[in-house]
Design a protein. Sequence first.
Length: 288
Amino acid sequence: MKISKILAGMSAAAIVASMAMIPASAASTKLNVSDDLAKIGRQTQDDLFAVFFNGDESEGAVNKDAISDLGAVYGASFTIKVDNNDWNTIGGGGSINFNSKSGGWNAKDWAGGSWVEDDKPKDTLCYTTEEEGTYVLEYLGDAPVFATTDGDADNYAAVGINNWAADLKGIDVVGMKVLGADGNVLFEAGSNKDKKEVQKKPVAEESSSGADSTPSGTDSKKDDSKKDDKSSAAATSTAATSSKSGTTTTATSSAAASDNVAATGATAGLALAGVALAGAAIVISKRK
């Protein structure tokens, strides 16, 4: 009887410990927003940053009249800085978001570093730049992302970036652009970098000596990248909630990120259960 109680108790402890590890791993890496961008945007949660071009000014910064016609917005880009070794061994992903009264939560998935998969292209492309560890995430569609009614006083319209990666040291958001139909810049803020090429494959792991780490890939003109985007399946929009106009909505993590987190938690749980059972076996052996 005593042996059964010992086994039951230790097995239960292992299960509780394994379940507790999953939420701890689920938190995504914080988006560190540069001071100049923080002044014109809102960061209501660590992994989501948005710049509003219409909405309620009592709830935060709104860049009214920064874009004369919201119906002319076809896309956006964000310049980010990351630890390049983490980027190429761990990888990262998230979405560029167009949040509005008319369209709700409209998320365009991005992937970078080791998360890039040629057979599963994203609507948002990840470009490298001349600066090591600096990338440009860009979405440019073939239709406006906001309705013209989003320019009305009672509506809101925001462009944002979301991050799903949990294990990166950090993602620094340093620049952004809002783009028109031909990729022309309608609004720009922060320190943007020039795109060099589309990142197709993660580069080799970096050494501490700072060896060249330019991601391999093929040069891609805007029209070609748009053609590639059209052929890809539409990215699944992430869930979001919005209590009223002008409130920043929040997105859940992508399926890929959730799978990684669940797998990590499950593996840890099994390991803990094994340790617990091994401990019980030792107790039984000693009692013999």
